[in-house]
Design a protein around this ligand. Structure first.
Ligand code: ADP
Ligand code: MG
Length: 279
């Protein structure tokens, strides 16, 4: 049986005086080792959802189980925050020290890890995001993608089981975005459970599962192929299919013999290649 590492059951959450739920009767299940994308327009409840998962806020009703622990259980709250690490949109707000290595150490210092254990942990975390060569550099001189990878290392050093990314590539240029996304994909392939909030459909296309949020509710869930099968279906939530899927659809409409289900650049390249071979 596959193990459910994140489980929300009929969860509601309302900010004080908001008048409506920011998260509204949400049920969600994430398997250990899964990489799942969360999509939705601004204000649809994505950030609130991940804050509920790592216990930063507690549900008004329903249950949130993170790594088997109920976030409402006071005894577990620090454990949950450590095991479900968050990476945010703005890398500059997440880096606090003047040297990369110290930045990665920062979170560890608050978790009671023995100081003799710290250097090895920091090195391993920086190595995992391919930033070990930058350990003695000043964070503010790094590119956005590099800064975000340092922020990821800071979380990794705490050895989480789950990583929650709240639009972690939104402020990066295409190259930085790719750098960070590929890093996270690799961590996932090594076993990390990932919740990836994004506005970029091409990133969602590369996740195992996709959830669409609208007005606090999850309105559509499935594999990328299921969720992006039909462009019209996404319109009510003002979302579109990934660029390659849209392009394939246009080319098919113009009579080009491409199969359905193309989502990524890699898949498009393969199909075009196959087409060319038949010419
Ligand atoms: P998203 O991340 O999808 O943009 P959020 O989870 O941030 O959505 O917000 C969901 C809803 O909750 C929105 O209507 C937003 O205005 C409201 N909201 C978010 N944060 C707060 C807050 N701190 N206080 C009051 N309302 C909030
Ligand atoms: Mg948000």
């Amino acid at each position: 049986m596959t193990e459910e590492i994140i489980a929300l059951r009929d969860v509601c959450y309302q900010y004080e005086d908001a008048g409506k739920n920011a998260v509204d009767h949400v049920s969600l299940s994430v398997r250990r080792g899964e990489m799942t994308a969360v999509l939705g327009r601004n204000g649809s409840g994505k950030s609130t959802l991940v804050k509920l998962i790592n216990g930063l806020i507690l549900p008004d009703s329903g249950t949130v189980l993170t790594d088997g622990m109920d976030t409402k259980d006071d005894a577990h709250i620090w454990d949950i925050r450590q095991r479900a690490g968050m990476v945010f949109q703005n890398p500059d707000n997440q880096l606090v020290a003047t040297v990369v290595r110290e930045d990665v150490a920062f979170g560890l210092e608050n978790t009671g890890v023995p100081s003799e254990e710290m250097p090895a942990r920091i090195d391993a975390a920086l190595k995992a995001v391919n930033m070990l060569d930058f350990a003695e550099r000043a964070p503010h001189l790094l590119s956005g993608g590099q800064k975000q990878r340092v922020a990821i290392a800071g979380i990794l050093a705490m050895r989480p089981d789950i990583m929650l990314f709240d639009e972690a590539t939104a402020m990066l240029d295409p190259r930085g975005r790719r750098e960070v996304f590929d890093t996270v994909r690799r961590l996932n392939s090594e076993g990390m459970t990932v919740v990836w909030i994004t506005h970029f459909m091409e990133e969602a296309a590369e996740c195992e599962s996709v959830h669409i949020m609208h007005d606090g509710a999850i309105v559509l869930s499935g594999t990328p192929r299921e969720v992006f099968a039909d462009r019209e279906r996404l319109r009510p939530w003002r979302l579109d299919v990934p660029p390659m899927a849209a392009l394939a659809q246009r080319l098919r409409a113009a009579g080009v013999a491409l199969p359905e289900g193309i989502l990524t650049i890699g898949e498009m390249a393969e199909e075009v290649e196959a087409l060319a071979a038949r010419l």
